[in-house]
Structure formats: structure tokens, C-alpha cells
Write a protein that binds this ligand. Sequence first.
Ligand code: CA
Length: 293
Amino acid sequence: MESKSTKIVIAHRGASGYLPEHTLASKAMAYAMQPDFLEQDLVLSKDDIPIVIHDIYLETVTDVIEKFPDRKRADGRYYVIDFTYHELLELQVSERFDTKTKKPIYKNRFPLDKSTFKLNSLQDEIELIQGLNKSTGNNIGIYPEIKDPAFHLKEGKDISKIVLETLSSYGYKNKNDACILQCFDVEELKRIRKELHSKLFLVQLTEAEDSSSSLQSYTDYADGVGPWYKQISPEYIVEAHDLGLTVHAFTFRADDLGEFESFDALLNYGFNTLDLDGIFTDFPDKAVQFLKK
Ligand code: CA
């Protein structure tokens, strides 16, 4: 895909700086901002439907505690995997909040408990994006993430197999299709390539600072690496590029600037100082505008 060789913008959980993450509203808004890809985090429902949600838990972005008070596990948490797709559709989604204080994580974002937002399946979201591609004439891609495959396996579910089947049924099969598949779990991403024989563009997400040997080991099965931008240097990116790996770093937020004086300064650091190939951002409009300048 040609866009993978130039700098790209990935709408992290949609336009999540403006609307509750991973809702179709957030995805439609992000789509209109014309990023290159929209991201989907995926967790299976009880009836094996891939649901677009960041955590394996429900209580940090929904009203599950009020709607299904008896459905928590012994650890006090409410698991996506314990609910059927139709039960999940009953939940009201809101901006991410702290369950203890009931305060939003990002205080200047969309207010809690306003309007109506729902969870949706991967299928719902692909149909939204492919429908918009048809009606607008654009070709915006999807960037699904397999969440916690080891947890799913412990629950008796092969999430990667199910997600790959869904992707394939919507035409996402090869590296030149508008789809990048990401996962933090090294063994699982290897399995996706070598045992499940996926030909998709694969990105190895990574939380720790990678050594040269781990970067080298990714080239055996992955096409790119997805590090936290705070843990990498320009040298890391040169090394990754020399190995043929694309680098897409997370997560650029206009309301979490750290040491940077403006979001443009942070974007300049990512795209120019680090020379990243792409960024995950909660504010895709600002990143798209930055690249146009
Ligand atoms: Ca993600």
C-alpha cells in the first residue's frame, strides 16, 4: 500500500479527543478528518463476536454496574467476554472515567452521561468505514488490534482466528489491502503469521524499550513496530528502518503534552525529529493538518 511508505495518521480509537472512544460517532467524525487509518481494539463477546473496545473490562466506559450489577466476577470486574453481543448493545457508552471517583480521565473532553452512545462489533464498524469509502470515494483503512490473546485462550477462545476470518470476509487479506493488524503479544503475532498464515501487514506493538536483537527478531514475522514515542530515539528509528521495519508510535494527545509547549511541537518531534512513519493520535484532524503544512 503506497500510504505505508509515506507519513500516516491513525485515528486512535476514532476521534477520541472529541467523542467517547470507539463509538461509531467517534469513528464517523474521525473518518471526516481524513486520516489514513481508523483503529479498532478488539475483545470477544460471550458469543464470539469481536467487539470494538479497548479493555477486556466494561465498567470504565459503560454503565454496566447499573445495568447488570450481579454480573461481576470475584475480582469485582465486569468482563466483555461474559456478555452476549445483544446484552452488550444494552449498555450506554460514555467518555472513559475513573470508577472510584466517577470523574473523567480527560477533563476537557466530551461530558459524561450526555447523549447516547453504544458499543459495536468489528463488523458494524467495517461496514461503516467501507460504506463511507463508497459514498465519499476515499479509501481509508482499518487498523485492528487483537487485545489480550492469552486471556481469550484461557477463556477457551481463539480471538485471532475469529478476527482474521471476519477481516478476510470483508476483503482484508493481503499487505496491499487497507488493513494493518497489530498486537502486543509477540508469540501471538508470530502465530498469526506462521500458523494462521495471515498475509496482512503486521505491526508488533511494544511497551518496553527494544534492544537491537528484539528489533531484529520482529523482522521474522512483522512488517512494522509500534512503540511508545516516549521510549524511542531517532537512532531506534534509523535501526528499525535499516531492518525494513515501518514505525508507527502511540499515542499523541493534544491534552497530554508532557514537556512540549504545543501539540504542533509534539507532532514536529514525532514526524520530524524522530522521523516516524506514522502516529496514533486522539486528535486526527490536528495531525492531518500538520502534515499538510
Ligand atoms: Ca490500541
